[in-house]
Each structure stands twice: as C-alpha cells, then as structure tokens.
Design a protein around this ligand. Structure first.
Ligand code: CMX
Length: 136
C-alpha cells in the first residue's frame, strides 16, 4: 500500500547552483548528495516536514533527466510514493493498465528499491514507487 509522498524529483542544470538556492530561499537543509550511476544523475536531498525534495542533475546527455530538460527545461520531473509492499503495488498498477518502466524494483538513491510507471499511462506524471533503505 502507498503510504505517503516520499519525495518530489526536480530536474536542475546544476546542483552546485541550486543547493544554495534551496538553502537560502526556502530555508531547507541539504541532508545528502549522491551519484546514482545507473540513472546517470547526481542527487541532493532536502527535508521538508516528513517528506523530501530531490534535486536531479544529469551526468550524461543520454540520461532520462537530460532528455526531460532538453524538452521542458528545469522543473518537476517525478513524484515518488513510499510503498510498504512495492511488488504488490506494482502488480496492482499493472493490473489497472499502467505501463511499468521497471517490472521489478531497481536500486535507487539512499539504498532504496525503486520502480517507475510510464507517464503516458499515468496521465502525464512520471511516478515512482520506492521502499526501504535509509531515512530519505
Ligand atoms: N514527466 C512527464 N512526461 C515525461 C517525462 C516526465 N518526467 N519524461 C518523459 N516524458 C514524456 C515525454 O515528454 C514524451 O511525451 P510525448 O510523446 O508526448 O512527446 C514521452 O514521455 C516519451 O516517452 P518515451 O519515448 O517512452 O521515452 P523517453 O526516452 O523520453 O523516456 C521515460 C521517458 C519516462 C521512459 C524515462 O525518462 C524513464 O525511464 N524514466 C524513469 C527513470 C528516471 O526518470 N530516472 C531519473 C531519476 C532517478 C532518481 O530519482 O534517482
């Protein structure tokens, strides 16, 4: 079952420029940065309430985030829901007609297991289910 919004993913050109922006303008603290090689991104996480903002900087021109920015510029890239049973939630979404980008979860940032649903099957919103791992 999906329990809460785990994080919102925001595509940015430069973490170096955007981390100070979020810290100064929004007053949030950056709680960690990490490169996720499999996804060709560098990430920075900020805590806000019991959820997080994830900034995503592409590390390669062929990364999903680089392709997104080439078309849309910087902005909201995906929404991630925390799941207590990711396999069951994926199976349910598939049974309801959603197209799974990942049939089984893959390793994501902070040791989490993650899987994405294709935005064309979720009314335009790239959707991530994630579970376990560290606190953020
Ligand atoms: N939100 C909404 N729509 C999106 C989108 C996004 N983030 N990214 C792509 N799309 C749309 C495109 O605009 C395009 O729409 P049109 O056909 O109307 O032009 C369509 O999806 C393209 O789909 P595609 O041809 O199947 O594939 P792409 O090569 O553009 O890849 C996607 C899109 C979603 C399959 C790919 O980005 C993907 O696999 N994403 C999942 C993994 C990911 O995003 N990783 C980065 C974050 C990792 C992290 O958080 O750590």
């Amino acid at each position: 079952m999906l329990k809460k919004i785990d994080h919102l993913g925001i595509a940015v050109k430069s973490l170096e420029e955007m981390i100070p922006f979020y810290e100064k303008v929004m007053g949030m603290k950056c709680v960690g940065t990490e490169e996720v090689e499999s996804q060709k991104v560098k990430t920075a996480f900020f805590e806000i309430g019991d959820t997080h903002i994830e900034l995503l900087e592409p590390t390669s021109e062929d990364s999903a985030v680089a392709k997104f920015m080439a078309k849309n510029g910087e902005g909201i890239h995906h929404i991630a829901y925390y799941s207590e049973d990711i396999e069951a939630d994926l199976a349910k979404a598939k049974a309801e007609g959603c197209r799974l980008i990942h049939e089984t979860p893959i390793p994501g940032a902070h040791g989490k297991k993650v899987a994405f649903l294709h935005p064309k099957s979720t009314h335009g919103v790239l959707t991530e289910f994630c579970t376990c791992g560290e606190e953020h």
